[in-house]
Design a protein around this ligand. Structure first.
Ligand code: 0GY
Length: 289
């Protein structure tokens, strides 16, 4: 583990909010353990191990039923830790993999059998080297045959340049962490409104309303991020997903308490109907149907 890396919370609180039956944590990771699943030689950070058993115990502790595990950059295109977690989850986890353009149809079919339903394109410069758009378009063509979707991770200043590329993708696209808005600029600010417009104009684009811990200056209540999340839940109730982001790689400001993150949910999805869509119906449609 890197010397300045903050490990995840050792004993998160019990949330006050009770998630509906069958709730899905649709953004979380497994890291290692390194002796079994080494980190990638090209990684930009070395995290604290965060095993599938610890993830599944957290799921139960928080009152959730299922996980969507997203391949993180520290494992590169080696999806073995992810696939192991999926295969031993008892059908309670689905995955989003990271692949290169050499990936074969046979490899993709094996991943599908394990529970992978999407690929992630990461544009965050501190996490990955730049990959040519042609590589991503090639992967997009291959995964479309399986009915998979594409998860994209970028930061708000990069959205404008990415829009033409996103419009070329004709699968469902899921944007990680609301495109990482700068929450000091306001919901009505140009950047966030550009993101809202992107979803309004493109019915194939979904977003995760996640990761207030990375965007806030008001931990642990995250009240400065709530209006952004709530706007998206209310405007696009059928295209939003929620996730813990456990084990919260590369946090600097604080170590989030996952119970407190769950307690943000009723503030962003204030009705039972919105909670059911966000936590159950939307992720089940995308990952388990
Ligand atoms: C996250 C966030 C991060 C890391 C990764 O792929 C990754 O390494 O996703 C981050 O540092 O922002 O949980 O999506």
């Amino acid at each position: 583990m890197d010397a300045d890396y903050l490990p995840f919370h050792p004993n998160p609180s019990q949330p006050v909010f009770t998630a509906p039956d069958g709730a899905v944590d649709a953004h979380c990771h497994v890291f290692g353990p390194v002796d079994k699943f080494p980190y990638h030689p090209m990684r930009k950070y070395t995290p604290c191990d965060a095993s599938k058993d610890q993830l599944f115990a957290l799921r139960d502790h928080l009152g959730f039923a299922r996980n969507v595990i997203v391949q993180a950059s520290c494992h590169g295109t080696d999806n073995t830790a992810l696939l192991d977690a999926l295969r031993t989850s008892g059908n309670l986890a689905r995955g989003v993999a990271v692949v290169d353009s050499q990936v074969t149809d046979a490899e993709l079919t094996q991943m599908h059998a394990a529970g992978v339903r999407g690929v992630r394109f990461n544009f965050v410069k501190r996490l990955v080297d730049t990959i040519p758009k042609e590589v991503f378009l090639n992967i997009a063509t291959k995964i479309k045959k399986l009915g998979w979707h594409i998860v994209v991770y970028f930061e708000a200043p990069d959205l404008a340049d990415l829009i033409p590329f996103l419009k070329e993708l004709d699968t469902v696209i899921v944007v990680d962490h609301m495109g990482r808005p700068d929450v000091t600029k306001g919901v009505e600010g140009e950047d966030f409104q550009n993101f809202v417009n992107l979803l309004s104009e493109n019915s194939n684009i979904w977003t995760k309303v996640s990761c207030p811990e990375r965007l806030t200056q008001q931990a642990p209540n995250y009240n400065d991020v709530v209006p952004y999340m709530r706007t998206l839940v209310e405007q696009f109730p059928d295209r939003v997903l929620w996730g813990t982001d456990w084990p919260h790689p590369n946090m600097i400001s604080h170590v989030p308490d996952d119970g407190k993150l769950v307690d943000v949910i009723p503030k962003i999805a204030p009705t039972a109907q919105l909670q059911q869509a966000l936590l159950v119906d939307n992720p089940m449609r995308l990952y388990w149907s």
